[in-house]
Design a protein around this ligand. Structure first.
Ligand SMILES: Nc1nc2c(ncn2[C@@H]2O[C@H](COP(=O)(O)OP(=O)(O)OP(=O)(O)O)[C@@H](O)[C@H]2O)c(=O)[nH]1
Ligand SMILES: [Mg+2]
Length: 351
């Protein structure tokens, strides 16, 4: 190498020699390209009157928001459980139609917060509400309208977007009880529409989609065709572990449980990470279950590790279904004292 200062070549120099910047004629250039490089980038056509936009699902914890989100999308994008506060971040799911695209934002249940985590979750929902085209307020058919619903209804008065009241879990009550609930919901506020639905039987799921899509503005599609969520795979994996843990523990533990994906190692592509002997080509996933106290840690692990094993088996099945290959899942339980109320711990856990 010489230290001669860089000199930009003259036009003559550029046009001479093997790197000449001559305008090649089109046919020749095309022939010179390998077949793959010539593949066209296809911008999908969409009708002129296409609609697209965002719908936010809100409601009390356990109202059935995530189950409805999954039913609308047609595949599992959000975890669900019979315990309140299952959802802890906004989950986006996309419903694709020929004439419209509905981006659902499933949110944590709105509730009276007892911890800093609870407050953060409520704040997240309120922020989301200011930014969507339509809101689906979910109210279960099988529970009397209570102070929680009234509180949310009052909150929603401030929202500019139209609000659709969705009466969920319609399969759990008689026609008569459903009719009574629809009337009660009508009294609760000023709704653009009121729709009963069952995410479990599938009844009226299409109607909910139609009604929400009717409130979307004209817009080109926002997501590529076929993409059902933008959740990163690592987040989905952590959520599936948390769902399995929520299924396994039947006491007050769920609130105190957080999940952290510590490592995902693919032995097919990663030659540097510490590979587990005997795991073969399986994707290696290491996840920590974080609880607030040592006593909870013992509950989570169970007698002789039985509960942790049960959680692992269940979670692994879900993860393998998600990614379509075999997984080696390594679960750890650790304690982070009172993490739900500790700003530093919350930050570490991503809240
Ligand atoms: N029978 C019946 N059960 C339902 C229906 N939708 C939801 N559930 C059940 O209700 C419980 C709560 O459902 P989720 O979808 O997790 O509720 P959520 O509103 O997302 O709850 P959070 O995330 O905690 O706010 C679960 O046990 C579901 O199986 C339904 O249409 N019919
Ligand atoms: Mg949920």
């Amino acid at each position: 190498m010489t230290d001669a200062p860089f000199r930009f070549p003259s036009d003559e120099e550029l046009m001479a020699g093997p790197n000449a910047l001559e305008e090649p004629d089109e046919v020749a250039a095309d022939d010179a390209l390998p077949a793959l490089a010539r593949a066209e980038i296809v911008v999908p056509d969409f009708p002129e009157d296409f609609r697209a936009g965002f719908a936010c699902l809100v409601g009390r914890p356990n109202a059935g928001k995530s189950t409805l989100t999954n039913a609308l999308v047609g595949s599992k994008v959000a975890i669900t459980s019979g315990r309140p506060q299952t959802t802890r971040h906004n989950v986006r799911g996309v419903v694709h139609r020929e004439d419209a695209q509905l981006v659902l934002v499933d949110t944590p249940g709105l509730h009276r917060p007892k911890t800093l985590l609870g407050k953060r979750l409520n704040d997240l929902v309120r922020e989301t509400l200011t930014d969507v085209d339509v809101v689906a307020f979910c109210i279960p058919a099988n529970e009397k309208i209570g102070p929680g619903d009234r509180f949310i209804a009052r909150d929603l008065e401030q929202v500019r977007a139209p609000i659709v009241a969705v009466v969920t879990k319609a399969d759990t009550v008689s026609r008569q009880a459903l009719a009574a609930q629809l009337l009660a919901v009508n009294e609760l506020g000023d709704w653009a529409d009121i729709v009963p639905v069952s995410a479990v039987s599938g009844e009226q799921v299409d109607v909910v989609a139609d009604v929400l899509m009717g409130h979307l503005p004209p817009s080109p599609p926002l997501y590529p065709t076929g993409e059902v969520t933008d959740e990163p795979q690592a987040v989905m994996i952590g959520e599936l572990v948390r769902e399995a843990a929520l299924e396994s523990v039947r006491d007050e533990l769920p609130h105190s449980l957080a999940v952290v994906v510590d490592e995902i190692l693919d032995p097919r592509t990663d030659r540097t990470g510490s590979r587990v002997k005997g795991a073969g080509e399986r994707l290696q996933v290491r996840v920590s279950l974080v609880v607030e106290r040592d006593s909870q840690k013992a509950i989570m692990i169970g007698k002789g590790g039985s509960r942790l094993k049960e959680i692992g088996v269940r979670a692994r099945a879900g993860i393998e279904e998600l990614i379509g290959r075999k997984v080696y899942l390594d679960l750890h339980v650790r304690t982070s004292k009172d993490w739900q109320s500790d700003p530093k711990a919350l930050a570490k856990l991503g809240f």
